[in-house]
Design a protein around this ligand. Structure first.
Ligand SMILES: *[C@@H]1O[C@H](CO)[C@@H](O)[C@H](O)[C@H]1NC(C)=O
Ligand SMILES: *[C@@H]1O[C@H](CO)[C@@H](O)[C@H](O)[C@H]1NC(C)=O
Length: 141
């Protein structure tokens, strides 16, 4: 089972490490504002049990039916690290926590379209920034 608190602790340690490495405190400014993350249940038969978090936010547990789209929006943010991850489950044997957003990931892949799409399928998790061309990103196992 994925441990939420150890992950947050890890991020805090990372921040402390970075700060202690730098002579002055530097804020990371992301220029990629107001964009949206979509997570789509593209499983062929099953409902998808989904629970997304950051260290500060808990978006709650949701059950997505076939082809349902769970979406959330980021506002303007100036932060050290924004990390969103989602625990996903279907059937008795498939369960995984995946990172759906970090600032670096957003800047690199989602900034242009201001959208990040995750399509959850039987075999794997696929990513797209335009809802058309998909790349296999994470396996279930
Ligand atoms: C995934 O679900 C969307 C609806 O949100 C649907 O339009 C699309 O065709 C589905 N894609 C696949 C590969 O099943
Ligand atoms: C993504 O594309 C599907 C068609 O493949 C469409 O049904 C869905 O509304 C689109 N979603 C968004 C948020 O553009």
């Amino acid at each position: 089972m994925y441990n939420r608190h150890s992950s947050c602790l890890f991020i805090i340690l990372l921040i402390i490490f970075h700060v202690s490495q730098a002579p002055t405190l530097a804020l990371k400014v992301s220029f990629c504002w107001n964009f949206r993350v979509h997570i789509i249940n593209n499983l062929s038969h099953d409902n998808l049990d989904i629970h997304c978090h950051s260290c500060e936010d808990d978006l709650g547990q949701h059950m997505l039916g076939k082809n349902d789209d769970f979406t959330f929006k980021f506002g303007q943010h100036i932060v050290f690290v924004t990390h969103f991850w989602c625990e996903m489950k279907y059937g008795d044997y498939h369960s995984k926590a995946i990172t759906v957003y970090t600032d670096d990931f957003g800047d690199k892949y989602c900034c242009l379209t201001k959208k990040c799409f995750w399509s959850v399928r039987d075999d794997a998790f696929y990513f797209s920034n335009n809802n058309r061309s998909w790349v296999k990103w994470y396996d279930w196992s």
